[in-house]
Ligand binder design. Structure first.
Ligand code: HEC
Length: 158
């Protein structure tokens, strides 16, 4: 085998090691809606990080918390439209969205509504400026992320 041949073979082995463990991961189908929902969830994740960052400060800026809660609330309203077309991990798409989303649409809608409600409650609490109430509202909202992820998002650490 030439040097080049060895290098290519090693690369193939490295690639095989990356994808194999997940259901449907080999196919890696793509769909523009997956990109949109990734971007939306990234935005939700960044806003949540900003909120938690404020809570670690000695005197949190509640207006920053409020603005980020508003952002999450708005993005939560986008979630539904990103899951109309069935594009589940089990069907070979490059996504962490589980088929359960389309098998249990009512539960998924209610998990989405929970984030809409808890983020709205956080907007309100942040407006009030009571640190204990804000802390409790952030915890509630965080619980709504976990509630949905536990049921509907593929967990590669499980
Ligand atoms: C109604 C269900 C639901 C709720 C509520 C929810 N998520 Fe997710 N989240 C998902 C799903 C499904 C994915 C996987 C999307 C994909 O891979 O296509 C995801 C992915 C993500 C990602 C990875 C970004 C990506 O798509 O690559 C982050 C970060 C994230 N969520 C953060 C959050 C945070 C923070 C909250 C709460 C403030 C939250 N999510 C609430 C369902 C939800």
């Amino acid at each position: 085998m030439t040097f080049r041949g060895i290098a290519v073979a090693a690369f193939a082995v490295a690639l095989a090691g990356c994808g194999g463990e997940a259901p449907g991961a080999e196919a890696g189908l793509t769909n523009p809606v997956i990109e949109e929902r990734h971007d939306n969830f990234e935005g939700i994740g960044d806003a949540f990080k900003a909120i938690r960052g404020q809570l670690e400060q000695e005197s949190p800026d509640f207006s920053v918390i409020q603005a980020n809660a508003e952002d999450i609330n708005q993005r939560a309203g986008n979630i539904e439209q990103h899951f109309v077309e069935e594009t589940a991990r089990e069907a070979g798409y490059d996504t962490e969205a589980l088929a359960a989303i389309w098998q249990k649409p009512e539960e998924f809608a209610s998990a989405t509504q929970k984030l809409i409600d808890t983020s709205a409650a956080l907007v309100e609490a942040a407006g009030g400026g009571d640190p204990a109430a804000v802390g409790a509202a952030v915890k509630e909202m965080g619980g709504s992320c976990k509630n949905c992820h536990d049921q509907f998002r593929y967990d590669d650490e499980a």
